[in-house]
Design a protein around this ligand. Structure first.
Ligand code: MTE
Ligand code: MO
Length: 322
């Protein structure tokens, strides 16, 4: 994000999709995901390259009470216009460069202020709670947004399983940084691994989920397979992908973007149209999928989730705690 200019539309992005379509025909399908092994999904890969990383239906999930009453961003935009610097810094890179990424087997380590350190595999995480669909507005700090039908489980269920102690005031999420499978992780654009964090009450809020799918299918690699954080009232960079470690702590985690640019990216990162980024406005956004020349729409306080999360920040100066 530091490397982006004021305008969030750059020429390379306009042709990116075309390049992607051409390149995808030469790539073959990779390995099967763990969700199929656990019986939660069925369906085999076909020879469509994109199917290597998704196209596995998730059979059983609840339609949740949470959902934006808005037009969904098309699947192709959700899965080809991504930020995932471990796979490159342009929007079209992750869909292409993550094709051979293997999201299974997968184990998550639980550390820090917990009864005892432990590990949990993806299959056991999926048993912690029924999967739910959550249609959320997502707002990137760069000034664009999407509406995505995620499938996941409340983060609170995983935290309950983790058994944090009374000292746990914050939760830290660590993404995988594998230089072999992730070409972008060899490039020092960020201090790897990617780290994000939440205050405990934010993490326990019912809106906060661990996503394992989208559009009724297993999460594509470029969207953070096998499991990524989704916090819809915060800027998209909070949503750490491919999480391998969850650490509870008494002190505020040092997150990757705060380390990279503390004046530009805060720990809270709540969507706030009244607090501009030092280099661009946050008062409006471009909804992806409507074409490049559609009018920008107004950004809403807490991305429109004021009723659900506004009380978490009562008494805080949001221009200081940005
Ligand atoms: N590990 C990791 N997680 C990440 C990022 C990243 O570069 N690496 N980018 C973040 C940013 S800036 C955004 S906007 C969202 C994008 O998620 P999406 O591609 O699924 O829409 O992922 C977030 N999670
Ligand atoms: Mo972002």
């Amino acid at each position: 994000m530091l490397i982006h200019k004021k305008s969030d539309v750059i020429p390379s992005e306009i042709t990116s999709k075309e390049n992607f379509e051409n390149r995808r025909t030469i790539i073959k399908a990779a390995g099967a995901s763990l969700l199929s092994a656990s019986g939660i999904v069925t369906g085999l890969f076909n020879n469509n390259a994109n199917a290597a990383i998704s196209k596995q239906k998730i059979n059983a999930y609840l339609k949740s009470k949470y959902g934006a009453d808005e037009k969904l961003t098309p699947y192709d935009d959700v899965t080809t216009y991504n930020n995932y610097y471990e796979f490159g810094t342009s929007k079209s890179d992750p869909a292409v460069e993550s094709r051979l990424f293997k999201p299974s087997p997968w184990t998550v380590s639980i550390e820090g202020a917990v009864k005892k350190n432990k590990q949990i595999g993806m299959d056991d995480i999926l048993k912690l709670a029924p999967l739910e669909e959550r249609i959320y507005r997502m707002r990137c700090v760069e000034g664009w947004s999407m509406v995505i039908p995620w499938i996941g489980l409340p983060l609170s269920k995983l935290i309950q399983w983790a058994e944090p102690t009374a000292n746990a005031k914050y939760v830290e999420f660590v993404s995988l940084a594998d230089e072999l499978m992730m070409p972008g992780a060899r490039v020092p654009v960020l201090d790897w691994p990617y780290i994000e964090g939440l205050r405990m009450d934010e993490a326990m809020n019912p809106l906060t989920i661990m996503a394992v799918g989208l559009y009724g299918e297993v999460l594509p690699n470029q969207n953070g397979a096998p499991m990524r954080l989704v916090v819809p009232w915060k800027y998209g960079f909070k949503g750490a992908k491919a999480i391998v470690k969850i650490r509870f702590s008494e002190t505020m985690p040092k997150t990757a973007w705060v380390k990279a640019g503390p004046r530009e990216y805060g720990f809270y990162a709540n969507v706030n149209p009244n607090v501009d980024h030092p280099r661009w406005t946050q008062s409006s956004e471009r909804r992806i999928g409507g074409g490049l020349f559609t009018r920008r729409i107004k950004t809403q306080m807490f991305n429109g989730y004021v009723e659900e999360v506004g009380q978490l920040y009562s008494g805080m100066d949001l221009s200081k705690n940005f």
